[in-house]
Write a protein that binds this ligand. Structure first.
Ligand code: AMP
Length: 421
């Protein structure tokens, strides 16, 4: 086939009709589980102010320094959202959502944009679902986020994952730790990768996140933040662990887990799957107790996570999990002649009014071609309509799977099909 003139941008993919049912099925699961957790949905615009993302996610992060799609129009600086925590915090502050009372337990589903080098499990437009809980600094909020995240995977049948857990400390613990870390790294500075040298002054903790081979030996023996937590942060971390134990949620402490955004404080976590290859992170999150205030809102503790939906789909493929049933239509009207077509067109509504799906040929094809099409559409039943049938008021209802036929009036047909709905 000739190469089309127009294609999607690099790293951006169409979700075609064969794929969309599984996306819808996944979205339904997320909505359903969110309802069970009493989380409320929030939908924010695809574009935000560049300044919000730079401020919220962090100037020195990979996302902001390399990956945002940003442009200007008039006096405004637009950015396609690379993640949703900063936008949801913006919405929380802009709409004074704390005034709704209690903790705000929000969830979202939607596309995000990052100008990354595309590969399996890494796209430039991808989808995330996630949760942001505002107003509670109790470990219950952290653990409910983790429980929600895990429940989605378990419900789908993805059991094989590892929950990595760390505390990245509060500002006081972090200051102490940063000093210990830079003291440790200083003598190794010359051997660090250029990327890590760059991070050394500005954000040394991100060095722990380095994937550069030359850094690995150095990172391996670095001091860990868990030894520098102050009493309060340590107590919070202990509570999170104890509650996870209570729920029977297994985790591995990973003292080098720092995550890619600057806003995290205290709890940080990541869910990894061995079924994903090199892009093995299914989801990640943590606390960001300072971000709301940082963006101009009232001091509000918060915690959340984001999960990659394409990665979840890849895991399903690897595990041969089918999120959606194969496509089907309940009734296909097979028509012979213009009168039959007109009549069938009208009856489609009657069938649809009963909650069933119904279709007919749009192309004026032969009976044989219509039969073939009904098969291709995976029709459960066909109703054959010709001039004789119209005269007699009885039609052939064919059960496609059983290859059984009977002659019935339309009322009887509808009554019979209603039982299917
Ligand atoms: P992050 O917002 O970076 O913490 O990412 C949360 C989750 O989103 C990751 O664990 C991945 O599952 C997914 N994710 C992040 N970036 C991409 C991407 N470029 N393409 C596909 N999925 C992604």
């Amino acid at each position: 086939m000739a190469k089309p003139k127009y294609t999607t941008h690099l790293g951006m993919v169409d979700i075609l009709p064969d794929e969309s049912p599984k996306w819808r099925a996944l979205e339904q699961i997320i909505h359903e589980e969110a309802r069970r957790f009493n989380f409320e949905e929030i939908r924010t615009p695809i574009m935000e102010q560049t300044e919000l993302i730079v401020r919220g996610v962090g100037q020195l992060t990979d996302i902001v320094s390399k990956e945002i799609f940003a442009f200007e129009k008039g006096d405004s600086h637009y950015v396609l959202r690379p993640e949703l925590t900063a936008p949801v915090v913006r919405a929380f502050v802009e709409h004074h959502m704390e005034q709704r009372g209690g903790s705000q337990k929000l969830y979202y589903i939607g596309p995000m944009f990052r100008a990354e080098k595309p590969q399996k499990g890494r796209q430039r437009q991808f989808h995330q679902f996630g949760v942001e809980v505002f107003g509670s600094d109790d470990a219950v909020a952290d653990v409910e986020c983790i429980a929600f995240m895990i429940r989605i995977y378990k419900r789908i049948g993805i059991q094989n994952f590892e929950l990595l857990l760390n505390s990245v400390g509060d500002p006081e613990s972090r200051e102490n730790y940063k000093k210990a870390l830079t003291d440790y790294l200083q003598p190794h500075y010359d051997r660090l990768s250029d990327l890590s040298k760059n991070r050394f002054e500005k954000n040394p903790m991100r060095i722990l996140d380095s994937k550069e081979p030359e850094d690995q030996d150095i990172i391996k023996d670095a001091p860990v933040i868990l030894d520098y937590l102050n009493e309060e942060t340590e107590a919070h971390f202990e509570k999170v662990k104890a509650m996870l134990d209570t729920l029977g949620i297994q985790y591995t402490i990973d003292p080098h887990l720092v995550r890619g955004m600057d806003y995290y404080t205290r709890t940080a976590f990541e869910l990894k799957s061995p079924d994903l290859g090199s892009q093995d992170a299914l989801a990640g999150g943590g606390r960001y107790d300072l971000l709301v205030e940082d963006i101009g809102g009232p001091s509000t503790p918060a915690v959340g996570f984001a999960a990659g939906m394409e990665r979840l789909m890849i895991a399903c493929e690897e595990l041969d999990i089918h999120l959606a049933e194969p496509k089907k239509v309940d009734v296909y009207f097979i028509t012979l002649g213009e009168d039959a077509r007109k009549w069938a067109l009208k009856q489609l509504s009657a069938v649809r009014n009963e909650g069933l799906s119904a279709t007919m040929d749009y192309m004026g094809r032969s009976m044989k071609a219509q039969m073939k099409d009904a098969d291709r559409e995976n029709a459960s039943y066909t109703v054959i309509v010709g001039s004789n049938e119209l005269e007699e008021g009885k039609f052939t209802l064919r059960n496609m799977k059983e290859s059984e036929e009977e002659m019935l009036s339309l009322t009887d047909i509808i009554n019979k099909l209603k039982k299917l709905a």
